[in-house]
Design a protein around this ligand. Structure first.
Ligand SMILES: [Zn+2]
Length: 172
C-alpha cells in the first residue's frame, strides 16, 4: 500500500498522499531486479463517485512521483468494480495478479503481495503468492482480524520500507 489511507475515496491528486519513503523503498527492490506492480480496488468508479479516467490520472501521477523518488512501477492495475459486480479482478480475487502474470511473465509463486488489507492478503493466497501485511493505512486494525480468516502473511511490517527490508534479507 503506497498511499495513506483515507476513510473516503481519493478522487483527485490533491487528496492523495504518498507514504514517505515509498519511492526509495521501491527503488531498492528495482536494484535487486524485482519488478513492482500496483493492484488497486477502485469501487468509487462503479459507484459513480469518480470516473475511471480520474482514477487513472491519480495513479499516473503517483507513478510519476514514485519515479522522481527513484522507484519504478511497471504497471498499475485498476479494478473499477464494486462487490455486487462479482468481477474476477476485485481483490481478494486474483484477477489483477493473473493479468500481470500473463502480460509480464510474472511467476506468482515467486511473488509477494504487500498490502494493508485482508483483501490484499486474500488475493495473494488465491494466486499462490506470498504476502506481507503493512501496519500503515488500515493494516493495524486488519492485523487484529487475521486469526480466524486463515490468512497468514509471511511477515507483518511496520511500513513499506520495513517490508522491503524483510524481502531483501530473504534474498541475500
Ligand atoms: Zn473488477
Amino acid at each position: 500500500m503506497i498511499c495513506a489511507h483515507r476513510s473516503d475515496h481519493v478522487k483527485s491528486w490533491d487528496e492523495f498522499s504518498l507514504i514517505p519513503g515509498a519511492g526509495s523503498a521501491i527503488g531498492r527492490l528495482n536494484e535487486s531486479g524485482i519488478r513492482v506492480f500496483v493492484i488497486t480496488n477502485q469501487p468509487g468508479v462503479a459507484k459513480g463517485i469518480f470516473t475511471l479516467g480520474q482514477a487513472e490520472d491519480v495513479n499516473n501521477r503517483m507513478v510519476d512521483q514514485l519515479s522522481r523518488d527513484g522507484g519504478e512501477v511497471q504497471r498499475v492495475y485498476i479494478c473499477p468494480h464494486q462487490e455486487s459486480d462479482r468481477c474476477d479482478c476485485r481483490k481478494p480475487s486474483p484477477g489483477m495478479l493473473a493479468e500481470a502474470a500473463a502480460e509480464y511473465g510474472v511467476d506468482l509463486t515467486r511473488s509477494v503481495v504487500i498490502g494493508d488489507t485482508v483483501r490484499d492478503l486474500g488475493a495473494a493466497a488465491s494466486a499462490g503468492a506470498a504476502s506481507i501485511l503493512v501496519r500503515t493505512g488500515k493494516g493495524e486494525t486488519e492485523a487484529a482480524r487475521l486469526s480466524g480468516l486463515g490468512l497468514e502473511p509471511r511477515y507483518i511490517a511496520n511500513d513499506l520500507s520495513d517490508a522491503v527490508d524483510h524481502l531483501l534479507d530473504g534474498i541475500e
